[in-house]
Design a protein around this ligand. Structure first.
Ligand code: ZN
Ligand code: ZN
Length: 303
């Protein structure tokens, strides 16, 4: 299975706080996605199993002690150090391809304000930074008082508009982050019925996104990656228990054998290497992220 280095774009479906809990309930879209490409159900998160640390590793290709990202700081609005020796893949790509079009549509605005460098030019969206005051109030009310987060609805509907707009056809990297499953984990417990029900809702959100991708004809020239940052135990995460560390990684795209397995040891961080390779850029030597052995051209027929 060789990863083509000629994909027009890479789309990352970053599903917060799912762990491997989707295996406990019917998730037709995720199942169909797995069947359409290669997947790992033995992937691990990086530790500590927090969002900033893990999305930081996914987007910077290095372990948390190197990128140094922490939830409290990114949530307080601290921007990523422009002089860091570990820039994000957004910055690497911006420096490699002139006028590259990239986008980040996230339910958690800290990804756009604290994990991706502010100097990066990209089409950014997050509900709490881009919606009007009434919507923001409603989203916060649902989240804090009703413990029934609906940030993902806003992200998915804006994202579908973005995908359908012909002006965005040339986007090379599109990072999509959904958060309501994680919020339901914090509000009701990871593995609880309400949390599992929210995974079903998320599955239908993923269906909406994939339908839009297929509808505009992006299916054949895009690599689509699906992963999560961590699971959870009780009402939190951050530790190294199986429920927190066990995650998944799935990839769909031209040249990737349907229903194939990624058997090698992988972490969600390895997405960073996958993304760069799929866009024809070599993985930097200082990366901790590695291209999964299954996708390395050296491991297949030596070509
Ligand atoms: Zn998270
Ligand atoms: Zn969380």
């Amino acid at each position: 299975m060789v990863l083509q280095s000629s994909y027009k774009r890479v789309i990352v479906l970053a599903l917060d706080g799912v762990g491997r809990f989707f295996m406990e309930i019917p998730t037709p879209t995720i199942d169909a996605f797995f069947a359409s490409g290669a997947s790992s159900l033995t992937a691990k998160a990086v530790v500590p199993t927090d969002s900033a640390q893990n999305w930081g590793s996914v987007l910077h290709g290095v372990l948390p002690d190197k990128h140094g990202l922490k939830n409290g700081e990114v949530e307080a609005g601290v921007p990523y150090d422009e002089d860091s020796p570990y820039p994000s893949i957004y910055k690497l790509l911006a420096n490699s391809f002139k006028d590259i079009k990239m986008a980040s549509y996230v339910a958690w605005e800290s990804i756009n304000t604290g994990i991706i460098e502010l100097s990066v030019k990209a089409d950014l969206y997050a509900p709490l930074t881009h919606e009007n005051r009434f919507w923001r109030w409603w989203l916060r009310f649902k989240h804090h008082w009703l413990k029934n987060s609906v940030y993902d609805y806003a992200v998915v509907s804006r994202l579908v508009d973005y995908i359908r707009n012909p002006e965005n056809k040339s986007v090379k990297l599109l990072f999509v982050h959904l958060t309501d499953v994680d919020e339901h984990g914090h509000g009701h417990g990871y593995g609880s019925q309400k949390y599992l029900n929210q995974i079903k809702v998320m599955d239908s959100h993923v269906a909406t996104i994939l339908e839009a991708i297929d509808e505009v004809g992006w299916k054949d020239d895009s690599l689509v990656i699906m992963t999560t940052d961590h699971g959870g135990i009780g009402r939190s995460h951050g530790g190294d228990s199986d429920q927190e560390v066990n995650v998944f990684l799935a990839v769909r795209g031209a040249g990737i054998e349907p229903s194939s397995k990624i058997e090698s040891k992988v972490t969600n961080m390895d997405c960073a290497a996958l993304i760069l390779e799929a866009l024809g850029k070599k993985t930097p030597g200082w990366f901790d992220a590695k291209l999964p052995a299954e996708f390395s051209s050296k491991s297949v027929n030596g070509d």
